[in-house]
Write a protein that binds this ligand. Structure first.
Ligand code: NAP
Length: 526
């Protein structure tokens, strides 16, 4: 049995290099054989996307909403086959995958609602003032327009929600951009099933050939070829820092540089303030251990470091977290490569002088599974060794003990960019550490109070992004409806006759959307 690329509506598998998915729980190769996409297959996918872009970019919000909703229906109609295929390729539990499918389908429907409502286009109208002196003011109208073909890369840890029909694909399609998806080699059969769902939805909606393509590959060449194709206009990436930075560097070196929205790893610092530690240390220890080990720690929002004040309550709190992590059953990671990187990462943390491991068992156990790990160091050591706050992807965390508030603030100031930061405090703590929260706002995309960073709601107000190196562009989010703005740019229409204007900018506002009319938000007429 052979997997196929989707080059628009055409199926193909011309490459000589082959690879197979691997069941991470057994180490066995899975039956479907995939061919690495050839340079020609990648090029044809981008060329078809460029042609499709000419008509797809003109589709109305309602037409694109219908498309997204049909994709959701097609994904659901894949039924158990999708869940079982993803479970075999990732070792993720079926219940988790069912939840992720719900999130993926919900995300498609949320974007469909956004498109039907229409105000996201940020339509602006400045009416003409022909009599203005000393010079007449022209009629100016602005709205967001799609960038063109987008290359999308998904991560291994979300085979549905950050993969073929994940947030990057959905926001690009919603923006009016065709998508060429580079499948993740850790779940190629899952990618193929979802690509089939998108392709069927596109055909049912009568959309142009090339509006969606999927290319498979188990090396860097397919992705690099995609990013360097001259007709590609933007890239959405979720994955490791190494991968995201390599693709970003390749994109900026092109003759025509293009934006790369790479969402990469993060350590998501958690700050536990003195009052919270005294009042609820034990319940915090349980909740923190739960967040560290959720999904074998394979979340980009995993709390990889937590900062505690040096108090009498600190030692019992840290001991309790260590005990809970030690008592957590070993789990299988998504790939052998990720497991090896986890083992290596723990070793590197331990080798930093002044850092010790508090959990007894080694990170990797005989069955091929991994155990949760807790390490401890001081804020002084962490500031002197910034690599201690680099992501170790997996169920591990580093306790950082700070001498006092000044040192806590100094450590926060020393942080590089992360996706999230969390603060646990009583109302008095939060008042006293208001300056900590202000520092953290400059370091992350989402600040959480008295909660945990794992679990990213798909919503209008969500920001899943952050300053470098969490992402390559901190001005955006990859989750939530504002993700659509990554794949559009503003166009201004000056002195256009009414019949040439897009409906969104016509005088009588036929789509009934909110517009900034001469400086005032209104649904009224110009
Ligand atoms: P990954 O190894 O970087 O893979 C992501 C994709 O990029 C794959 O298709 C991979 O293809 C491709 N790729 C990687 N390096 C490349 C290169 N140099 N040139 C061309 N293509 C390249 O990431 P992963 O292991 O799947 O994901 C785990 C990481 O993702 C963790 O660090 C996690 O924190 C992060 N993550 C971030 C978010 C977020 O929203 N910020 C969400 C989930 C996960 P090949 O394997 O074929 O090279």
């Amino acid at each position: 049995m052979t997997g196929q690329h989707f080059i628009g509506y055409e199926r193909s598998a011309a490459g000589a290099q082959i690879f197979q998915g691997i069941n991470p729980a057994t180490g066995e190769k899975l039956p479907l054989i995939f061919h690495e996409a050839t340079l020609d297959e990648v090029a044809r996918a981008v060329e078809k996307a460029a042609v499709a872009s000419e008509s797809y970019r003109r589709k109305s919000g309602v037409e694109k909403a219908d498309f997204l909703e049909k994709i959701a229906v097609e994904i659901l109609s894949l039924g158990d086959e999708l869940i079982q295929t993803a479970a075999a390729e990732t070792a993720l539990p079926e219940a988790r995958l069912q939840g992720e499918r719900g999130r993926t389908v919900g995300q498609l429907r949320l974007f469909a609602e956004l498109l039907r409502e229409g105000s996201w286009l940020d339509a602006r109208i400045d009416t003409a003032q022909p009599a203005r002196l000393p010079a007449a003011k022209p009629d100016l109208r602005q709205m967001q327009r799609p960038l063109g073909p987008v290359g999308v890369f998904g991560a291994s840890n979300f085979p549905l929600a950050f993969s073929v029909a994940g947030g990057d694909t959905v926001s690009a399609l919603a923006a009016g951009c065709p998508v060429i998806f580079k499948a993740h080699p850790a779940h190629p059969a899952t990618c193929e099933l979802v690509a089939g769902a998108i392709s069927r939805a596109a055909e049912n909606c009568g959309l142009p050939d090339g509006v969606f393509s999927l290319v498979q590959g188990a090396g860097t060449e397919v992705g690099m070829t995609l990013v360097q194709h001259p007709l590609l206009k933007a890239v959405g990436f979720t994955g490791s820092f190494r991968g995201g930075k390599a693709l970003y560097d390749a994109a900026v070196r092109r003759p025509e540089p293009i934006p790369v929205y790479a969402e990469m790893g993060s350590t998501n610092p958690v700050f536990i303030l003195p009052g919270a530690l005294r009042e609820r240390g034990e319940s915090l220890a349980s909740a923190l251990a739960g967040s560290i080990t959720l999904g074998v720690g394979q979340f980009c929002t995993n709390p990889g470091v937590f900062v505690v004040p040096d108090l009498p309550e600190t030692a019992p709190f840290v001991r309790s977290v260590a005990e809970k992590l030690s008592a957590t059953a070993p789990g299988f990671m998504l790939t052998g490569g990720i497991r090896q990187a986890y083992e290596r990462g723990i070793g590197q943390l331990q080798r930093v002088s002044g850092t010790e491991r508090l959990t007894a068992s080694t990170p990797a156990v005989e069955s091929g599974a991994v155990t949760a790990q807790l390490l401890r160091t001081t804020a002084k050591t962490a500031m002197a060794n910034p690599e201690l706050t680099d992501e170790v992807f997996g169920p591990a965390s580093l306790t950082i003990v700070a001498d006092d508030k000044m040192q806590t603030l100094a450590f926060a100031r020393s942080l590089h960019g992360h996706l999230t930061a969390t603060v646990h405090g009583t109302p008095d703590d939060l008042n006293e550490y208001a300056d900590l929260i202000e520092i953290l706002e400059t370091k992350v995309g989402r600040v959480v109070i008295n909660g945990f960073p794992t679990g990213v709601e798909v919503a209008h107000a969500m920001v899943h992004g952050g300053p470098y190196p969490a992402t390559t562009d901190s001005r955006s989010t990859s989750v939530g409806t504002s993700a659509i703005r990554r794949f559009t740019r503003p166009v201004c229409y000056q002195d256009f006759p009414e019949n040439l204007l897009p409906d969104e900018l016509k005088n009588n506002n036929p789509l009934d959307i909110w517009r900034l009319l001469d400086g005032t938000w209104t649904k009224g007429y110009s």
